[in-house]
Design a protein. Sequence first.
Length: 276
Amino acid sequence: MKISERTVFALARIITGDSGMSPYRSGLNLVKFFNDLGSNDVYGAGFPSRWYYCETKIRELNDTPKLPTVFDSALDPRDFLGTQFSVEAVIDHLNEYLRYDGYELVKHGNTWKIREISGALVELKAPFEATSEVGHIFIDDQIMKCDLKIFEGDYGGAITNARSLLEAVLIEVEKGLGTQVTPYDGDLTGLYRRVQGLLDLDPSRKDISNAMRQILGGLTSVVVGLATLRNKASDAHATSYMPSKGTAKLAINAAKTVADFVLEAFIAKTGRATDK
């Protein structure tokens, strides 16, 4: 990840507190901030100005895999508790700069993470936001992890989360249809075929057009492919080959597309998104 000099300046002012938008950090606290990220600096005589030190440290980490951790630490919501400052306002401010660099800060649970704007990942809005149901929280978490692992370069992990996302959606939909749920045994294709039948999405139906039959059959092929790909290229098994970024993005986008289609079919059939 590489950011421009203007973004370096803006981020440094947030970390030091000189922007007036975030808590003030003394020179000693700035050293601690960067030492917590792996530096080994000592505060004492001859220490440079706070802003110079902070900008220099950011430049050292710029264009390295460690730069996102600077944002993580600088935007820790706990540092804003009990202050007059708003971390949301800081997010908006930094995003004005980051978008020129091709990145943006997005909500990730109770924190914010950096992601590429040009990632071209299919958007699947967290479908069960207003619930504390364990399965629903897991689905929301998988959506966020898929995007985050692409950005971090963990392509095997991204494929694992893509499959986990689709598994969780299918399990929740099957349960939500009120049928006798078959215990999930890890057979993703079998799980999809059961849900497919319950939602009247079987491509062998006689009352649908050839075009729709091809689409539904294609979705089945996607699920079979995801199950196979996860076994060969994810971090859950000894990999047959190292997946590329393009392969991981394809897996995520395919999983999100199938999940979104299944959720829409579930809503159309039942008139509800979930039991809340």
